[in-house]
Design a protein around this ligand. Structure first.
Ligand SMILES: C[S@@+](CC[C@H](N)C(=O)[O-])C[C@H]1O[C@@H](n2cnc3c(N)ncnc32)[C@H](O)[C@@H]1O
Length: 529
């Protein structure tokens, strides 16, 4: 992973040596030898309270906070540059307020007027630090000689961002260290010496050498090794390895992919946009698998005319493939009533709605959360989609959700989202194994409701954006058994584009980032008999 705003190269001489002896590790408040020019400041002038925005200075992108002179003869206050400061604020909000990076960061970039390379650098620091938090914390713990959890949270987040720059970007070591010390001066006054010493210790090794030092032996603890080397919780690595049939080399490839910046895919809505023309229009490329996919090269998709005009929407190619698979499943008899039982925010309902328009069908899109139901309405405007703010489990009890009524039903079930860790950098650390029981109960109930809703001969597609076998195979098998509705599994592989590799032995299909470049979507198709 590279820092967009700084050329990648060998770490500078500052990084390849130095950092005083380890001893017991630096302590907050240690003065240490410092890169920091600001230690001469009286403490009260260094910073406002925790989380305060640096005062004064230039608010423009790339500007420096706090560059103001405060009277003749006084030294220039140490600067915190805006991209790093915004990254710090985003990371701190995620940890302090349980915020979502993909929501808070764009708002902060907008508010600060950061664009172009500065915005890309702030994004890289935020997402990279959050993805790599597990490994960075192990390294900071070792370098500090104390558990990272015992470091004051603002200083801890600043150190994570500094360590990320040192180990994963081309930022020269001296710049990573001094800018982080400047940041600490702003957010954790009194800890500059400590931060300086920790960072200098981190510069004594590169990422691989730290992993070699800290990760469990791969021969005796392969899961523990992969977890530390690729910054994933062990329970998630174990779940991935199980879903990949125990193939640890392939698991490693998946973990690597999870740490990459995710691609942006567009869906050219069938009947409204041609994917080749759309690719030309947006400077992208037609997708490899989905007949509607366009890979976007860069830029903000929300600004694209095709999206504003409703000819396309942003949607992972895997999501397109599974929605299209439902529409492709052979069907005898009527084919006019389609149901999307978990529709918010409306990505698949948008594609299904466009396909339904071409085939004279209508979609009922159900979403339990009122505000998400509104998003589905926005996403399907102009398409033959009726949005219902209701609980999908009410099939048979809700007048608009009669039993044995629908020809095609999609259950895009709420899940852990372990298949899209690329897109939600903090989620791997938030999710817990204890999330699984309530989710799998809900998944079973929703799939049971879908089987009741579909007419005999009709098809149900069960989809998760998680490869965890408890949410995929176990849920489907159990729900089908418990529902009491007779249904057969349909081989889902022929419902995907011909020649698509790596689809396994069927009847269900698991897509993977490292095999297909998509999110790890699971698809099982059942036909009611
Ligand atoms: C994985 S998301 C669906 C994504 C959507 N299909 C798309 O492509 O944009 C699952 C959705 O199910 C909704 N949901 C959760 N429980 C539900 C229920 N009992 N009935 C209907 N929707 C529910 C959640 O609010 C969430 O919006």
């Amino acid at each position: 992973m590279t820092a967009p705003s700084e050329p990648r190269g060998e770490h500078s001489a500052d990084q390849s040596r130095s950092a005083g002896g380890r001893g017991d590790g630096p302590r907050e408040g240690d003065r240490g030898r410092s890169f920091d020019r600001g230690d001469r400041y009286p403490r009260g002038e260094r910073s406002g309270p925790r989380g305060d925005r640096p005062s004064g200075g230039d608010r423009r992108g790339g500007g420096q906070f706090g560059g103001d002179r405060r009277g003749a003869g006084r030294p220039v206050r140490p600067a915190v540059d805006l991209p790093r400061y915004v990254a710090y604020q985003a990371v701190a909000a995620v940890h302090r307020d349980d915020a979502y990076a993909n929501l808070v960061l764009p708002a902060m970039l907008r508010e600060e007027g950061l664009t172009g390379r500065d915005a890309a650098f702030a994004t890289e620091l935020t997402y990279g630090t959050l993805r790599h938090t597990g490994t960075l914390d192990a390294i900071v713990t070792d370098a500090a000689g104390r558990d990272v959890q015992r470091i004051d949270p603002p200083v801890r987040d600043a150190l994570r961002i500094g360590a990320y720059q040192l180990l994963h970007t081309r930022v020269p070591a001296h710049a990573a260290v001094s800018s982080t010390v400047d940041l600490v001066r702003q957010v954790g006054p009194g800890a500059t010496g400590f931060a300086n010493a920790v960072l200098r210790e981190i510069t004594t090794r590169d990422h691989d050498a730290w992993v070699a030092k800290l990760a469990p032996d791969s021969a005796t603890d392969p899961i523990g090794h992969l977890a530390l080397a690729y910054s994933h919780p062990q329970w998630i690595v174990r779940a991935f390895a199980e879903a990949l049939g125990g193939d640890l080399a392939e698991t490693e490839r998946l973990l690597i992919e999870d740490n990459e910046r995710p691609p942006v895919h567009l869906c050219a809505r069938p009947g409204l946009a041609d994917p080749v023309e759309l690719a030309d229009e947006v400077g992208g490329a037609p997708g490899a698998f989905s007949p509607y996919a366009v890979y976007l090269g860069g830029g903000a998709p929300g600004d694209l005319r095709a999206i504003v005009e409703g000819r396309a929407h942003v949607q992972d190619e895997g999501s397109q493939l599974v929605a299209n698979a439902l529409a492709n499943a052979p069907l005898d008899g009527p084919d006019g009533r389609w149901l999307d039982l978990c529709a918010g925010p409306g990505g698949k309902a948008g594609l299904l709605g466009a396909l339904a328009a071409q085939r004279d069908a209508r979609v009922t899109a159900v979403e339990v959360a009122e505000h998400r139901a509104r998003l589905v309405e926005q996403a399907t405007r102009g398409l033959p989609v009726a949005v219902l703010a209701a609980d999908g489990r009410e099939v048979g009890a809700h007048p608009k959700l009669p039993e044995e009524h629908f020809d095609r039903v999609l259950v895009d079930a709420p899940c852990t989202g372990l298949g899209s860790l690329r897109r939600r950098p903090e989620s791997r650390w938030r999710r817990q194994p204890s999330d699984l029981p309530p989710l799998t109960r809900l998944q079973r109930e929703l799939l049971g409701a879908a089987l009741r809703a579909v007419r005999p001969g009709g098809v149900v597609a069960y989809v998760t954006c998680s490869p965890h076998t408890v949410e995929t195979h176990v849920t489907v098998t159990e729900a089908a058994r418990r529902s009491g509705v007779p249904a057969d599994f349909v081989d889902a592989r022929p419902l995907l584009p011909a020649g698509m590799p790596g689809l396994g032995d069927g009847p269900s299909v698991q897509l993977w980032p490292h095999r297909h470049g998509t999110d790890a979507m699971f698809l099982a198709v059942l036909r009611r008999t």
